[in-house]
Ligand binder design. Sequence first.
Ligand code: UDP
Ligand code: MG
Length: 319
Amino acid sequence: MANTTGQPILGIIVPCYNEEEVLTETMKRLQQQLTGLVESGRISGKSFAAYVDDGSRDKTWEIIQETSKNNPQVKGVKLSRNFGHQGALLAGMNAFMESSDCIITIDADLQDDINVIGEMVDKFREGFHIVYGVRKKRKTDTFFKRFTALRFYKLMKWLGVDIVYNHADYRLISRLVLQKFTDFREVNIFLRGIFPLIGFPSTSVYYDRLERFAGESKYPLKKMMAFAFDGISSFSVKPLRIVSVIGLIVFLLSIAMALYSLYSYFFLGTVPGWTSITLPVYFISGIQILCIGIIGEYLGKVYTEVKARPRFIIENILQ
Ligand code: UDP
Ligand code: MG
């Protein structure tokens, strides 16, 4: 059970998908952080790091098992298959919610500076319930990643979604916020959009994003785009509204077109040309298909939400 007095129990949740190249080093570094924080009296000695194996096909789970054998501060969760980054985070947070006072989620590649963990804990002790880790600069990311990420944040803002700029999934959350979070039952979950919705006092800490020290990104362009669209359609119905506006504009244009053809029929006496027939056909049917596609995306989302399938399945837990 979690502490009610004294130092808080901190649980660090680390999603891992095929991370055998970085995991040993990551575990070592996080352990050093934990030990340092315990020694300086900022967190309880019962604090731990929990590694969530998201259906890896390499030695990730073996490494987790091996390390947790000799170290009570290392815990593990094995998912039954690959559920994706967000699913892995959810599984970890759910599994260790009750045994910690606050939880920090961080990627296995340690691109997010673990030296601010202490600062996050201090903010929690000051009374903040959510502490966002925010990147100062993105100079270690490729130009492409930086550019697409910036566009995405701007787009989300324009669509009316409240997300913290340059914040990914590196954050501290109190147990209270996590308990409230369990009321959000959506299957298509976009964590970084949800926490600002929960409320409670929140703050940010700032750090420089480092380079992956080994292995490669598990987010290729295709996954990144799917993630971005998921974020948008989970939080905003604005695209549907845009579809209606396009529909209205096309409708007005076609009225103008009708008036023009009547005018030329009666007063110019010309047979309407090929261009004025084919152009609108292509134009309007193109727009229609686009709009149906956007509506279909939302319908698909409703479909998966209605089925309410589990968001993750835990095969094994090393407590
Ligand atoms: N990850 C996961 N499941 C997946 C893909 C990624 O658990 O299907 C984890 C991965 O192991 C890492 C984190 O999510 O800890 C972020 O992935 P990555 O570093 O590849 O993303 P990037 O930093 O390039 O956005
Ligand atoms: Mg990374």
